[in-house]
Design a protein around this ligand. Sequence first.
Ligand SMILES: C[S@@+](CC[C@H](N)C(=O)[O-])C[C@H]1O[C@@H](n2cnc3c(N)ncnc32)[C@H](O)[C@@H]1O
Length: 335
Amino acid sequence: MSTDDTTTTDDSTSNCGASTTDTDDSTSSCGGSTTDTDDSASSCGGASGSSDSSGCGASSDTDSNEQTVSATVDDFDADPGSLVAVGLGPGRPEGMTDRATAALADAEHIVGYTTYVDLLPDEITDDAEEIYDTPMCGEVSRTEEAVDRALAGNHVAIIGSGDPNVYALAGLALEITESKGATPSMLDFEVVPGVPAAQSCGARLGAPLVNDSVSISLSDHLTPMPEIESRLHAVASEEFTISIYNPWSRKRRENFQKACEILLAHRDADTPVGIVHGAGREDEEVEITTLGELESYGETDLIDMTTTVVIGNAETYVFDDRMVTPRGYETKYDY
Ligand SMILES: C[S@@+](CC[C@H](N)C(=O)[O-])C[C@H]1O[C@@H](n2cnc3c(N)ncnc32)[C@H](O)[C@@H]1O
């Protein structure tokens, strides 16, 4: 089967085996709740799908609690299947670990954000029984769909770029499992790591992350901007290399500008900064600049939702177009 003929989206009905009662066009059936009538709900658990209209990533007053979990473990008759959260790494199949490839090959159902599903190799999508993808911001409904399909007896993989533990859905999968009265053991829940964007991007830039480093996301979808600002002040004032995830979007322009201001309040304008767009993907672009120049890149194609920005520490320097953050060997050894 190709992706085209197996893919179901949150606009269409998907059947994962157990339930036979759902008829609503926009629902999917996994053997869970049979009472759901909400247009945007999944009968596999009935997440409201409200995240699709949340202005995800925008500065908004969306209450993510609006996305409720409906089916509980008692609504499923079948013996549970399994759930694995798989990190795809930066993008291309060759960036996936063998373990990730094997976990996806074993999965009957693959659930993910449409962009990530599009990154999967054909042999994986061809072999999957079902692929369920949703557009950006459907994280809660998508994750609940994965949990419900597993509770309904299927072997399910929920996928994401990079690593499932880095601004991704491994934690949400466990939270939703708990909220349904199920347990990770019941689902043989497993996380298969992938190379996170900070590391993929660090590799493209040289060696900027060799000493203590932190990651911070500028997305205010779930964390209010004042909290992000205070975290940025805290990390920028210390000797960390900083990887900035979710640096920019049209609705998030001010966040990027504000972040540049905060970083400049703590670090020299000539601090080296690496910008990597689409690491390991076809549209990969790499640029090394300075903190003083960083804000001007906010209005270019280089910085968007598939870009990670790496801010050097006070020791970071540029050598032949590579960022180098010394580990400290030079203080102990002569070379
Ligand atoms: C929701 S986070 C997911 C992070 C992912 N779980 C990881 O481990 O890399 C999305 C952000 O990761 C970063 N990102 C993901 N893939 C990337 C890539 N191929 N190149 C550069 N940055 C990437 C971007 O900052 C993007 O806004």
